[in-house]
Design a protein around this ligand. Structure first.
Ligand code: 13P
Length: 251
């Protein structure tokens, strides 16, 4: 069965007390939501333990925004998958375009990270998406296809059950520009097709594919109405509990 998910990527925002307050507000407002949507919040590393505490007893899941590509040891400044699990995470986002763009994240490194995350029992939200130049050159389908294949074709159909893909067109992130529902749908359908070609129809049908890029309460309904858009990975609008929950209520 395909799951519907709305995940909030807080990026490098909020202090620990602000994050705890935001998490508590999300938990409170989430009580009004029907049970068909899974909520996930992804605060910065420093917040994870405190936010896990605030989420206790709720249905809101905790995600990291990244993890190390090594298991443990002398890697100053890195955070290992076991640490994330022990802090209360059940998910990690991987391959966000900001990590690819500013921190040299490569598909090869992502294969290692996904492998470690799955082995530790984490679910992965793997981000893919083209930048503006690639879209204007008409390469958007190819770019998304390549990113998906380069990382996920190293895994098995069974492992795919713990993977969520987020399509995030880089030109729509934090810009206020949203892909139209039709633009997003055609890429989501293409991703599902790529997955079906490799892993079969059941894995493709069960796969959750999220849209990210200036998704907000005013456009979520139209996006989520598309057959291959199964929720959202939300940046800016996830920093306000009211907006985040309004997006989740758009299903
Ligand atoms: P915005 O919703 O702020 O455009 O960010 C999207 C995003 O990058 C989520 O990971």
């Amino acid at each position: 069965m395909r799951k519907y998910i709305v995940a909030g990527n807080w990026k490098m925002n909020t202090t620990v007390p602000q994050g705890v307050e935001l998490a508590k507000a999300v938990v409170e407002k989430a009580k009004e939501l029907p049970a068909n949507v899974e909520l996930v919040v992804a605060p910065p590393f420093t917040h994870l333990v405190s936010v896990a505490e605030a989420l206790k007893g709720s249905k809101v899941a905790l995600s990291a925004q990244n993890c190390a590509d090594k298991e443990k040891g002398a890697y100053t400044g890195e955070v290992a998958v076991d640490m994330l699990v022990s802090a209360g995470c059940t998910y990690t986002i991987l391959g966000h375009s900001e990590r690819r763009q500013y921190y040299g994240e490569t598909d090869a490194k992502l294969v290692d990270k996904v492998r470690l995350a799955l082995a530790a029992g984490l679910k992965v939200i793997l981000c893919v998406g083209e930048n503006l130049d690639e879209r204007e050159a008409g390469r958007h389908f190819d770019v998304v296809k390549e990113q998906t294949e380069n990382v996920l074709f190293h895994f098995t159909a069974e492992e795919m059950a713990s993977i969520v893909i987020a399509y995030e067109p880089v030109w729509a992130i934090g810009t206020g520009k949203t892909a139209t529902a039709a633009q997003a749908e055609e890429i989501h359908a293409c991703i599902r097709n790529v997955i079906e070609g490799k892993f079969g129809k059941k894995v493709a049908d069960d796969l959750t594919i999220l849209y990210g890029g200036s998704c907000k309460p005013s456009n979520a309904k139209e996006l989520f109405a598309e057959p291959d858009i199964d929720g959202g990975l939300i940046g800016g609008a996830a920093l306000k509990a009211e907006d985040f929950i309004a997006i989740a209520a758009s299903f």
